[in-house]
Ligand binder design. Structure first.
Ligand SMILES: N[C@@H](CCC(=O)N[C@@H](CS)C(=O)NCC(=O)O)C(=O)O
Length: 211
């Protein structure tokens, strides 16, 4: 048997779990290179060659590394189209797909920073606007439809659904209304459940250090 082309550099209890869910949706064989983030493995020179930011996750595809969740999602969805995780480049849904892919890291992530760290910033000057504005747009985006693009699940749902999951988990986003319903639809997916089982197994393998 030939080795899988894909390797996921992953650490439990991190944003790696988004890439894990994505790979489970992709349906391609992959190697899970799991490590304990407390070892600092992701700051070693060989890892920095894969991602100069020294962050997880990284996916390596046939020797080529791709880092940053948004890039990982768009790259894998386009590279392995059989999974139907992205509309084709000439599909009219493509711009909205891309908008949601960027929404996750460019809008939701820093908006969480505003909420968690109580930043006071002028909404018109910062790229994400405001936490409340982000929540309003996201709520409208998942109301009255199953997925962000309508009936079709896509890699954008993995990014946004997973980032929403972190917000719900840490209490930044209230577990009510259309956002809670959308999260439940995400968590109902077999690929999400497989990823959650792997995450639980790897969290047990590399427990949190005792303070
Ligand atoms: N913008 C990055 C964020 C990745 C990220 O923040 N990873 C965190 C874990 S959740 C990390 O590697 N932290 C370890 C560190 O910086 O030492 C992406 O989208 O992939």
């Amino acid at each position: 048997m030939t080795a899988p082309e894909l390797t996921l550099h992953y650490a439990p209890r991190t944003r790696s779990r988004t890439a894990l869910w994505l790979l489970e949706e992709l349906g391609q064989p992959y190697t899970l290179a799991s490590f304990d983030i407390n070892t600092g493995r992701h700051k070693q020179p060989d890892y920095l060659a894969l991602n100069p930011m020294g962050k997880v996750p990284v996916v390596v595809d046939g020797g080529v590394p791709v880092a940053e969740l948004g890039a990982i999602a768009i790259y894998l969805a386009d590279r392995y189209p059989a999974a139907e995780l992205a509309p084709a480049i000439d599909d009219p849904r493509r711009p909205d797909f891309l908008r949601w892919c960027f929404f996750s890291s460019a809008i939701m992530e820093p908006a969480y920073g505003e909420k968690f760290f109580k930043w006071t910033v002028p909404a018109r000057s910062v790229a994400w606007g405001s936490f409340d504005g982000m929540l309003e747009v996201l709520t409208a985006g998942v109301s009255d439809r199953e997925w962000l693009l309508g009936d079709t699940f896509s890699a954008a749902d993995v990014l946004v659904g997973s980032t929403l999951g972190f917000g719900l988990q840490f209490g930044a986003v209230p577990m009510t209304g259309p956002l809670a319903d959308y999260a439940a639809r995400c968590w109902d997916r077999p690929a999400w459940q497989r990823a959650a089982a792997i995450e639980a197994r790897e969290s047990e393998r590399f427990p949190m250090p005792t303070p």
